[in-house]
Write a new protein. Sequence first.
Length: 154
Amino acid sequence: MALGNALVPQLIAAAPAVSVADVRRYSFELTARPESVGAARHHTAELVTRWGLGEELGDEAALVISELVTNAVVHTAGTQVSCELCFTDGQLTVAVRDQGYGAGGPTLCDAAASEERGRGLLLVDALSVAWGAHDVPHGPGRIVWARLGAGRAC
C-alpha cells in the first residue's frame, strides 16, 4: 500500500520519480444518499481549483466523481462512501470506495440512446486515460478509480 490511507493501491509507488512533496492527496467521506452526489461534485471542483489544476480538469474530475458516487449510492447498500483525489506527475486520480453489499462490480455497457440511465461509466471511460475497479482487500466493499489529465500541463 502506498503512503497514507490510499484508496488507490500503490499510487505513489507507480511514480517513483515524484517526490512525496509533489503529491497532493485529499479524502473525504459522505453518506450514501443521492444528495451526496452534488456534494462530491462541488467538493471536487473546489479542491481541484484550490490546487490550481485548471477549470477543465476540475470540471472533468467533478463529472467523473459524480458518476462514481452515483454508482456507489445506487448499486450498493452501504451507508458511507469514501472519496479520494490524488494529483501526482501531471495526473489526477479520483477514487470512490463503497461498503459493498451489492451484486457484482461496475461494467462498461452500451446503453441504448433512449435510456436515461446506464451511461455513467461510458462517460468515465471517455474522460479518463485509465479507470478500473477492485474489491477492498479486507472486508466488504469495492474501489472504483479513474485517472485524468495525462500529458496536461498544469
